[in-house]
Design a protein around this ligand. Sequence first.
Ligand code: PEP
Length: 308
Amino acid sequence: MAAPSSLASSRLADLSRRAAAVGGGVAVTAPAPQQLRVGGISRRCRAQRVVAMAGSGKFFVGGNWKCNGTKDSVSNLVTELNAATLEPDVDVVVAPPFIYIDQVKSSLTDRIEVSAQNVWIGKGGAYTGEISAEQLVDIGCQWVILGHSERRHIIGEDDQFIGKKAAYALSQNVKVIACIGELLEEREAGKTFDVCFKQMKAFADSITNWADVVIAYEPVWAIGTGKVATPEQAQEVHAAVRDWLKTNVSPEVASSIRIIYGGSVNAANCAELAKKEDIDGFLVGGASLKGPDFATIINSVTSKKVAA
Ligand code: PEP
C-alpha cells in the first residue's frame, strides 16, 4: 500500500534549510570520499557508495509483541530468537506482555534485552492493575516503551502523563523507548512536525538524563496498517527531530541519541529504510512475532555499511 503524500513543500524547504544549517539532510549515496559513521566510529572511506549515519549511537531494534501470545507461542518465538544469527553491532530488545516477561527473561539469550510495554507513573502502591518501575527492576526488565500510539489514542494517555512516566522510569534506572508520531489527518494538515515537536517537548520537560532514552518515530497511520512510511518520509521527520533536540536539548544529545522508525517495518522493507542516515534502527510490531523476520530486520544494520 502507498503511504500518504509528503509534507507540504514549504515545510520541506524549511527543513532543508535547517538540515543544511546543522550539516544534516538527505542520506548520502554520493561518490567518494564520504564520511562514514557506523556504531559511533567515524572514518574516511573511499568506497563508491556510502551510507552515512547522522547520529553516533549503535543501531537499535525493538520488538513490541503487544497483547499477543500464549505460553506456547512465546516459548516458540524465544526458541527462534535464540537460534538466530544476529549482527553484533545492534542493540536488540523485545517487549512481551507483562505476564510473559518472567518466562522470556528465564529462557531468552542474554544477547537480547527485555522491555515492558508500559509502567506506572510513580512508586508502586494502591494502584490496581498497575506495574511499577521498581517491580520491573526486580524481575530484571531493563526497558519500557512509553508514549506508544495505542496508549495515547486508545487508552488516552496525554503528553504530560507520558513525560512524567518517562522521568520516573529513568529515575529507577529503567531505560525508555519514547514514542512519538502523528495521526493521518495531522500529516495531511501539514502538522507532522508540530505534533512530533509537542510530544518531544513533553518528554524534554521531564527528562534530564537522555543517555538511556531511544526515540521511536511511529506515524500512527503506519502502525499495523501495512502502510509503511517511505524512507524519505521517515528520514525527513527523523532529521527534524534530531534538529529539534539540537536546539532544545543539546548538540551532544542530538548526536548521540538513537532515533528509530516504527510502522509496518518488515523483512522486505527494512533494508531501504535502514540506509537513511537519521534512521538508527526500528521498533517493530507484527514482524517481531516471527523470529526469522525479526532477525532479518535486526541484521539490516548491514545496509548502513559500505555498499560498494
Ligand atoms: C508498533 O506497534 O510499535 C509497530 C510499529 O507495529 P507494526 O510494526 O505492526 O506496524
